[in-house]
Design a protein around this ligand. Structure first.
Ligand SMILES: [Zn+2]
Length: 210
């Protein structure tokens, strides 16, 4: 049985992003695809089963997560989704939250939040779609209460979603926390470099929401 403490999960997630997702993302960005990737890991061993990245030059529906879920379903010998964790580089958008639900996964983690996606990765679409399409002001609700209300339910009947930052925060040992934050910063910087490459080239694409 694998160690599924926060430390073991963080080690597996940061290693998977560095060793599996970032190299795939580099090739994707070189072809004109956005950054954003995902991996599916076996809960019992934390080994990577499949990884994929955004492939919007083929279809705008091929986000990192949906592409990874499609590849998972192409595997003949695959574990039950309930025995797996979906790891996403970025907080899944509304399309991907639904895809995770429809695919039967009950646990996902992500490295960057929607706010990171908008501010650092210059991509406002995740937040904008949730706000424009799904968020409805309740009768009599004040602007303040409306703005404070979460955009989706991070713990629900289908799954639990959690950020890597929260996992780091949950580490008990301060030295371990500092070490993980440093590794998080390094991965973040590598990702930023890839994102800048994409931003420089995106004007040439016909992706609907570049
Ligand atoms: Zn998505």
């Amino acid at each position: 049985m694998a160690d599924t403490t926060q430390r073991a999960l963080l080690n597996a997630f940061l290693r998977t992003i560095s060793d599996d997702i970032i190299p795939l993302t580099s090739s994707g960005v070189a072809k004109g695809d956005k950054v954003f990737g995902a991996s599916i890991l076996r809960k019992s061993t934390l080994e990577v089963i499949v990884s994929a990245t955004n492939n919007e030059t083929k279809s705008p529906l091929l986000h990192g997560e949906t592409n990874c879920l499609l590849k998972f379903h192409e595997l003949e010998d695959r574990p039950s989704p309930k025995d797996c964790i979906l790891l996403s580089t970025h907080e899944p958008c509304s399309l991907c939250l639904s895809a995770i639900s429809w695919s039967g996964f009950n646990s996902f983690f992500y490295l960057f939040t929607y706010e990171d996606t908008r501010e650092v990765f210059t991509n406002p679409h995740d937040l904008k779609i949730l706000e424009e399409v799904f968020k409805v002001k309740a009768e009599g609700e004040t602007d303040e209460a409306y703005n404070r209300r979460p955009l989706y339910n991070r713990q629900n009947a289908f799954w639990t979603g959690k950020s890597v930052a929260v996992l780091i925060e949950e580490l008990g040992d301060p030295a371990e926390k500092t070490e993980m934050l440093e590794r998080f910063r390094v991965v973040r910087e590598r990702y930023n470099g890839l994102s800048h490459t994409y931003q420089r080239s995106k004007g040439k694409s016909d992706i609907p929401l570049p």
